[in-house]
Design a protein around this ligand. Structure first.
Ligand SMILES: C[S@@+](CC[C@H](N)C(=O)[O-])C[C@H]1O[C@@H](n2cnc3c(N)ncnc32)[C@H](O)[C@@H]1O
Length: 314
């Protein structure tokens, strides 16, 4: 009886390992594809033929321009229901993960933050709450920039901040700008910010390397980079269970609540294909960041990568 149980457990475990290895191979080949795509990006920037190269939107191969349009349309479609969707799909956990990111950032008066792909403002709203609880007798100024390529997402965020009473009047020493722009071409001069955050944003951009280079460029020497993103679990059965959740439950919930099948598939493949913790760490280092670390949360369901721009510091 016992040996049969052991046999079943071993079979299940082998099955999970097999499935996860298959998916890892897919993920590794994605990473190689992503590197090739990045290389192609650089080459074709010179040759001005970017529209000819392809990217993935879910399982569909599209041009970078088409991918941008599809991602943008998806967030336009879901802007009003985004916060509800996120609560349901993450079982409310995204709130805890974002609290952890902001606790790591530990915002102080004087912060000059760029929140990339800020969407409906979850990170900046938390930063504003932190700042509002701190005494600031010298009236040190802080500045938050919530940047997103989608104006509809920003509109929802701005309204939320207003509804929460987080306005210029309640926080006279903090300025908040809601800026519609592309993280791949930031409209800021070098060394403009002392902190750069992003949550669930990098996965959605078309050229991750370019976004990381831009993050590095706009940070001041000594500036800090923090990124919260879905990641990879280091335990086979749990990764298998997580894959079932992202491949079957999330698209189902998404379809029920909003969006199209194509968008539902995009969500799950973008989670699965995101580089693993070590690869993403390397990509951050390649952009120039130093002291790059990551912390796995919930066994690696998500991870927070952090790093500093040190070049230029005396
Ligand atoms: C999953 S939402 C994340 C929103 C928010 N940070 C959060 O954690 O809830 C991803 C956001 O990335 C934005 N985005 C996608 N590509 C972008 C780009 N190239 N530049 C700036 N934002 C982008 C989308 O418009 C969307 O609002």
């Amino acid at each position: 009886m016992n040996s049969r149980r052991v046999f079943h457990w071993k079979s299940l475990s082998n099955l999970c390992q097999h499935e996860v290895l298959l998916q890892r191979n897919q993920s590794n080949s994605y990473q190689q594809t992503a590197k090739m795509e990045a290389y192609n990006d650089r080459v074709s920037e010179t040759h001005k033929s970017s529209e000819k190269r392809t990217k993935f939107f879910g399982s569909e191969q599209v041009t970078p321009g088409e991918r941008n349009q599809k991602v943008n349309k998806m967030f336009t479609d879901m802007a009003d229901s985004y916060d509800r969707l996120l609560d349901v799909m993450s079982l409310g956990m995204h709130r805890v993960w974002k609290d952890m990111l902001v606790n790591k950032l530990a915002p102080q008066p004087g912060i000059c933050l760029l929140d990339m792909a800020g969407g409906t403002g979850d990170i900046p709203i938390r930063v504003l709450k932190h700042l509002s609880m701190q005494s600031n007798p010298k009236g040190i100024k802080s500045a938050l920039t919530v940047l997103d390529i989608n104006q509809n997402m920003l509109n929802v965020g701005e309204q939320r901040a207003r509804n929460l009473g987080l306005t210029d009047r309640s926080l006279p020493h903090v300025t908040v700008e809601w800026k519609c722009a592309d993280a791949e071409n930031l409209p800021y001069t070098d060394n403009s910010f002392n902190a750069y955050t992003t949550s669930f944003g990098v996965r959605n951009v078309t050229n991750m390397e370019r976004v990381l280079q831009e993050a590095y460029r706009v940070l001041q020497p000594g500036g800090r980079f923090l990124c919260l993103e879905f990641s990879h679990l280091n335990n086979y059965p749990m990764q298998f269970a997580f894959n079932q959740y992202t491949d079957k439950v999330i698209p189902g919930l998404f379809l029920l609540m909003s969006g199209s099948l194509e968008q539902a598939n995009y969500l799950s493949t973008s989670i699965r294909n995101f580089p693993n913790q070590e690869t993403f760490k390397l990509m951050i280092q390649e952009a120039g960041f130093e002291m790059v670390h990551y912390e796995n949360i919930n066994f690696g369901v998500v991870s927070i990568h952090t790093g500093f721009k040190l070049r230029g510091l005396r």
